[in-house]
Design a protein around this ligand. Structure first.
Ligand code: NDP
Length: 253
């Protein structure tokens, strides 16, 4: 039986753990060759082994902060894909960081870290991919439910995620003559290493998050991955500029 992404080339930022890693594994199981990025080489090496199907890890930081950032890491990623295949079918701009701070404690460093990674990093992840992409290619961005719903002390993080929805809509119009679709997958509360750290540092948070979720549980990274594959596939061929929530009903209430 032909697998859905046989011989497709997929790039995933933040693909060594959590949602990006689960998505990389699912793409690879459907026949794609996956390129994943992450900052920690050791974890990246483990991830590449677990993903399989010729996956390649490119160590690097998509966080582009002020003058000291690293667009060069993204250049290395795409130069490698260009050398190996000369084309890219799917880019999943997923790397993101979450930090909280109440309004009174916001400072420029917090702003720069979050916007540097979640916005600047995401913009150039997509922009630098475009020369390799052709009609039928797909861009998926990772948003979040907090881009649509207020939670305490998450104003800057939430602002970055709300902006991502607007990028998907604007870029859909920018790219209309090229046949490239751009969509957002917006997870709710998902079990990942980042979430695990948050739960460890905040007693009672898991129960509180479950209560805020109509399906009364946290989601699994694999459940988000399935939505990403749907948005990357021809099954979603008439969906563009859209935001798909994978959140157990979190934004519905
Ligand atoms: P994890 O922290 O579990 O995994 C993040 C991945 O991204 C790791 O592979 C990490 O590797 C990599 N990464 C982080 N920062 C950078 C960077 N600057 N450059 C390159 N790679 C980076 O996060 P999640 O899987 O939980 O989150 C993934 C995305 O989903 C994020 O955009 C997050 O905002 C979003 N999200 C998550 C939710 C959740 O409940 N988990 C809810 C809503 C949205 P390394 O550390 O080695 O760089």
């Amino acid at each position: 039986m032909t697998r859905q992404f046989e011989n497709k080339i997929v790039a995933i930022t933040g693909g060594s753990e959590g949602i990006g890693f689960a998505t990389a594994k699912l793409f690879a199981s459907e026949g794609a060759q996956v390129y994943v990025t992450g900052r920690r080489q050791e974890r990246l090496d483990e991830a590449v082994k677990a993903i399989g199907n010729g996956a390649v890890g490119i160590q690097g930081d998509v966080g582009i902060q002020g003058d000291v950032g690293n667009g060069a890491d993204l250049d290395r990623l795409y130069a490698r894909i260009k050398r190996d295949h000369g084309r890219l079918d799917v880019v999943f701009a997923n790397a993101g960081i979450s930090e909280s701070a109440p309004l009174g404690a916001l400072d420029e460093a917090h702003f720069d870290r979050l916007f540097g990674t979640n916005i600047k990093g995401l913009i150039f992840t997509v922009q630098k991919a475009l020369p390799l992409m052709t009609a039928g290619s797909s861009v998926i961005l990772t948003g979040s439910v907090v881009g649509s719903k207020g939670l305490p002390s998450l104003s800057i993080y939430s602002a970055t995620k709300a902006a991502i929805r607007s990028f998907a809509r604007t870029w859909t119009t920018d790219l209309k003559s090229r046949g490239i679709r751009v969509n957002v997958v917006s997870p709710g509360m998902i079990h990942t290493p980042a979430m695990q750290t948050y739960l460890q540092n905040n007693a009672g948070a898991e129960d509180a998050l479950k209560q805020m979720t109509p399906l009364e549980r946290l989601g699994q990274a694999e459940e988000v991955a399935k939505a990403v594959l749907f948005l990357a596939s021809s099954d979603s061929s008439f969906i563009a500029g859209e935001e798909l929530f994978v959140d157990g009903g979190f934004v519905a209430v």
